[in-house]
Design a protein around this ligand. Structure first.
Ligand SMILES: *[C@@H]1O[C@H](CO)[C@@H](O)[C@H](O)[C@H]1NC(C)=O
Ligand SMILES: *[C@@H]1O[C@H](CO)[C@@H](O)[C@H](O)[C@H]1NC(C)=O
Ligand SMILES: *[C@@H]1O[C@H](CO)[C@@H](O)[C@H](O)[C@H]1NC(C)=O
Ligand SMILES: *[C@@H]1O[C@H](CO)[C@@H](O)[C@H](O)[C@H]1NC(C)=O
Ligand SMILES: *[C@@H]1O[C@H](CO)[C@@H](O)[C@H](O)[C@H]1NC(C)=O
Length: 912
């Protein structure tokens, strides 16, 4: 270890004593553009649409937008898109330089819809698309979005719209020529033309170019979205109490704090405003640093109470949002729902859903910084087997490399990486290794030398290769915005290039905000230069996205486009879900961090990124036994399930604990494995429909005011509800049962029914996690315990049929080869199960076919009709057979044994 790294580690250890040092990161006040936009005074703005300069086509209307104060012409375009969506675009007509437009976030060109002109006069024009209407008002410039007859969203209702046109700096008269470092002119913010933060100077060669606008959401009770923040799911009011706006700027925040609006690793600029009657979503496709102020009238801020005093009436609920970005253009999407379910799907279709992951990646992952060597890896796996803990994936953090040179192996500790992998795959396991974007600047390192000679690195403001400090010491950073670099980078994953890897190695991309230990706010200076002459400021929030595009393509190419890649990333943006899973980064072994893993992943799921998890056990610090067990129980119900730990923590593999603790962790893992068919089916449905895999209660119960703030409870699909225990020494937890008196929820352990009529205190022991099946659903499970999910593929299914008040239920099951793209050629089966009038039947939903030996070994009817004596199976292949049934009075369930029918063979089971 070289001395510089040692020094860094010492610094880190010193840091470890307390939480995040907030002074390393900017407040709005320390950021010139945020400061000046937050202080926008509507009376100092004058934007007007020139309605006599208007062009209308079948899908769009384009109008000149005048900044009358500065006499600058902008172009305003409103386009109607499919699925109740509108796009609003504003750019300068003749900018001094082009302004950055994000491409990588969208899943291809959005599909347009027909736009009709309804009315036009001197003050406004009215257009319509489907059931929706938009009123475009000229002066002051204001856009009203109507969903049906309901006014759902108003753009620039408060007059905060600001579009700083690119400009040349006026000579200041003192003979100074360096435009970048002049004293500000009168009335200008001091940081407009260059700014300092701590010891860092940002030269801002293009000067001010910020954009801000406000949205008002009439009737909205809550706003959700804007991941990633270590905060509750419902967005808080940020305009009072000295709070900062929510910040979106991908940053490596050491020991992040909870309940704050600070930026962390990911940025997804989508927000949903929700009222009991409708939901509207807004997505700003902009990759620069962004801040968003939220004012929720329910929080009774000064302004709205003043308004209600004046009007003498109780003011209508609403949410105001003020979006502020440092650069780029307005490229805004408005999703008119009208339901939350629809608005989330509209956003997810636009940015793309996640392709169904390989089956193994939904199972359990074991990681730590670091498994030290091949022996260590082998021993951990052996111990998992010895103690019957299921495990699918072993992970290696940075220490596996030869001196932090990615795409190499430590020649002593990992001398036989291929044998090590073959040993893993022999027991049905995979390996994931870390690959970060910083490249060690070391002579003789092929990657550094090739990147230098091919000019693949990001440049500093003087157009020389940028050097920053990261794990390897002095490092440079690949410029993933250059298609040539991505092509080169993806080639590095080839099995003959990344020597020592086999097809069973998958990839973890970390530190890709990018993290730069000695950079401003631990990232790259904003005046660094990328491909196409864009400054880092223009593209910062999509650096990680493009990194993972390169990795994804590499894994795809490596398998001849056959196998689905698995990539985990820390930095992310809108659209990242098309390439990677995410996790919540470097959390801590604290109860509060366990609790916040739920809202953090729920927000990501609403932001299109369902494949989310948090480090089980907590990354920093040592969890006690109770916390560790609760973390395994909670993690089992989040989509990405991985234990991970900091290098300074004590070993915490589950087999190191006493048998009580082991039993509980084993049960949590088995619970996860039993439900893998559910997770896999949900990911298939997510890919098809854009519906999130995990959902907050408000997603399915949008008009129930009681669920608007519930984020310690989640739905897995629509059929499973979980209230993880995230409190220390809990003897009971309050569970909210939604859906009204006709909805039934069954405890998964004893099938005890609960009506959907509100909160109930549920006693919990260390063994108990409140998990419920919704009456009306059919849950396919694989209940035979195995060491790895790959060993369960031919195992039979048990169907849990949870009956509703009408004694009926339905469910789905998706099966394919678990790893390839053959499903795109219709090689899968998608099965629908229905129970109605005493008959359970299965049918294949579409024309696709796939051959599997999986069969049905048991059906459990929860809350069955009384007096059942017989069950008769009928299927094409098996004909008619009588089946054995047992009624369990204690569990109110009827078990039908050994139907023995293949899942490919549509059947009916009739109860009499
Ligand atoms: C509005 O547009 C018309 C037509 O292009 C143009 O003649 C007029 O000058 C514009 N008005 C302003 C105030 O720019
Ligand atoms: C692979 O497994 C064999 C048998 O357990 C063991 O002897 C060998 O050391 C393992 N090799 C590696 C590199 O883990
Ligand atoms: C019924 O409940 C008991 C206690 O929870 C459990 O041991 C048993 O396995 C359950 N029976 C069925 C058929 O699920
Ligand atoms: C039961 O059926 C009635 C009539 O079709 C329907 O209105 C009701 O919503 C159903 N109940 C449940 C719980 O699905
Ligand atoms: C994937 O799993 C299904 C059953 O869930 C099984 O039929 C199939 O053979 C598996 N595919 C492979 C390649 O193991």
């Amino acid at each position: 270890m070289d001395t510089s790294i040692r020094l860094l580690l010492v610094l880190c250890l010193l840091h470890a004593a307390r939480a995040v040092d907030q002074s390393n990161f900017k407040t709005c006040d320390q950021s010139s553009f945020c400061r000046r936009l937050r202080a926008t005074k509507p009376e100092e703005r004058s934007y007007e649409l020139n309605l006599s300069n208007l062009q209308i086509s079948d899908n769009a209307v384009e109008i000149e937008l005048l900044n009358k104060i500065d006499d600058v012409s902008l172009k305003f375009v409103l386009t109607a898109l499919a699925d109740n969506t509108f796009r609003v675009f504003v750019d300068e007509i003749k900018p001094l330089y082009p302004r950055y437009q994000v491409e990588g976030s969208l899943n291809g060109e959005p599909q347009v819809a027909r736009l009709e002109l309804l009315d036009r006069n001197n003050e406004e024009i009215v257009v319509k698309s489907g059931e929706n209407k938009v009123i475009i008002k000229a002066a002051p410039f204001k856009i009203e979005f109507y969903s049906g007859a309901k006014l759902s969203a108003v753009l620039n209702g408060r007059g905060l719209f600001t579009f700083e046109h690119l400009r040349n700096k006026k000579p200041s008269g003192d003979g100074e020529t360096d435009l970048g470092d002049q004293a500000p002119q009168e009335s200008e913010d001091p940081g407009m033309w260059s700014e300092n933060f701590k010891s860092h100077h940002d030269r801002k060669p293009r000067g001010p170019e910020a954009i801000g606008f406000d949205f008002t959401f009439p009737e909205a009770h809550r706003a959700y979205g804007l991941p990633e923040h270590a905060d509750r799911m419902a967005l808080r009011t940020t305009t009072s109490g000295g709070s900062n706006p929510y910040r979106l700027y991908n940053l490596d925040v050491f020991e992040y704090e909870l309940d704050v609006t600070m930026a962390i690793y990911g940025a997804v600029p989508v927000l949903y405003a929700h009222s009991p009657s409708h939901t509207v979503g807004v997505f700003w496709n902009n990759a620069a640093e962004m801040w968003v102020d939220i004012t929720n009238s329910k929080d009774g801020n000064v302004v709205s109470s003043l308004v209600s005093l004046v009007s003498g009436q109780k003011q209508e609920m609403h949410v105001d949002a003020h979006f502020m970005s440092e650069s780029g253009v307005v490229d805004l999407f408005v999703f008119l729902g009208p339901t939350m379910q629809k608005a989330v799907q509209q956003y997810t279709k636009l940015t793309g859903s996640a392709p169904i992951p390989q089956y193994f990646s939904l199972a359990y992952h074991q990681s730590r910084w670091n498994y030290n060597d091949e022996d260590d890896v082998r021993t951990v796996v052996e111990k998992f087997d010895e103690h019957n803990f299921p495990l699918d994936v072993m992970w290696l953090d940075i220490e596996y490399t030869d001196g932090k040179k990615y795409f190499t192996w430590d020649p002593i500790k990992f001398k036989h990486p291929e044998t090590m992998q073959l040993n893993l795959t022999a027991t049905g396991r995979k390996l994931v290794v870390i690959i970060d974007p910083h490249i060690k600047r070391e002579g003789g390192y092929f990657l550094h030398e090739e990147s230098l000679s091919n000019d693949y690195y990001v440049k500093n403001k003087d157009k020389n290769v940028y050097e920053g400090w990261c794990w390897p010491g002095s490092s440079s950073y690949l410029d993933f915005f250059d298609p040539k670099v991505r092509e080169y980078y993806s080639g590095l994953y080839a099995l003959d290039k990344f020597v020592g890897t086999t097809k069973d190695v998958y990839i973890w991309n970390d530190m890709n905000e990018p993290s730069v230990f000695n950079g401003p706010e631990v990232t790259m200076p904003k005046d660094c230069l990328h491909y196409g002459d864009w400054e880092h400021r223009h593209v910062h929030n999509v650096y990680g996205l493009y990194h993972t595009v390169g990795t994804f393509e590499g894994l795809l190419k490596r398998s001849g486009n056959k196998l689905r890649p698995f990539v985990l990333t820390r930095a992310h943006f809108a659209g990242s879900q098309r390439y990677t899973a995410v996790w919540t980064g470097d959390n801590a072994a604290e109860w509060s961090h366990l609790a916040y893993s739920i809202p953090m992943c729920l927000s990501e799921a609403l932001g299109g990124i369902s494949f989310c998890g948090a480090d089980v056990g907590g990354f920093f610090k040592n969890p006690d036994e109770e916390l560790l067990q609760r973390w395994y129980q909670t993690g089992a119900w989040l989509p990405f399930y991985r234990a991970h730990a900091h290098i300074d923590t004590k070993r915490r593999e589950p087999y190191l604990y006493n048998s009580d603790v082991q039993n509980r962790i084993r049960n949590a893992l088995r619970q996860r494995y039993a439900h893998l068919p559910v997770w896999y089916t949900l990911f298939h449905e997510h890919e098809e429909t854009g519906e999130p895999v995990i959902r907050p209660l408000v997603y399915h119960y949008p008009s129930d005011l009681n669920v608007f703030d519930i984020d310690n409870q989640l739905l897995v699909g629509s059929s499973i509800m979980v209230r993880p225990v995230t409190e220390s020494r809990a003897s009971s937890v309050s569970v909210y049962f939604p859906g009204g008196p006709n909805e039934i929820w069954y405890d998964v352990e004893d099938f005890k029914p609960f009506r959907g009529t509100g909160s109930i205190n549920i006693p919990v022991s260390m063994d108990k996690v409140p998990v419920y099946y919704r009456g009306g659903s059919i849950i396919p499970r694989k209940d035979r315990p195995r060491r790895a999910s790959t060993l369960t593929h031919d195992d039979p299914f048990t169907l849990y049929v949870a009956l509703d008040d009408n004694k009926s239920a339905k469910g789905t099951l998706y099966i394919d080869d678990n790893e390839s793209y053959d499903y795109k050629n219709n090689l899968y089966i998608y099965i629908k199960f229905t129970y109605k009038d005493g008959v359970l039947s299965s049918s294949l939903i579409d024309d696709a076919r796939f051959s599997t030996s999986a069969w049905i070994e048991r059906v459990v009817i929860i809350n069955p009709p009384s007096g059942i004596k017989h069950a008769t199976l009928k299927s094409k292949k098996l004909g008619t057979t009588k089946l054995q049934t047992t009624y369990d009075g204690e569990n109110r369930s009827l078990t039908i044994r050994k139907p023995g029918v293949s899942v490919m063979d549509p059947f009916t089971i009739t109860l009499q």
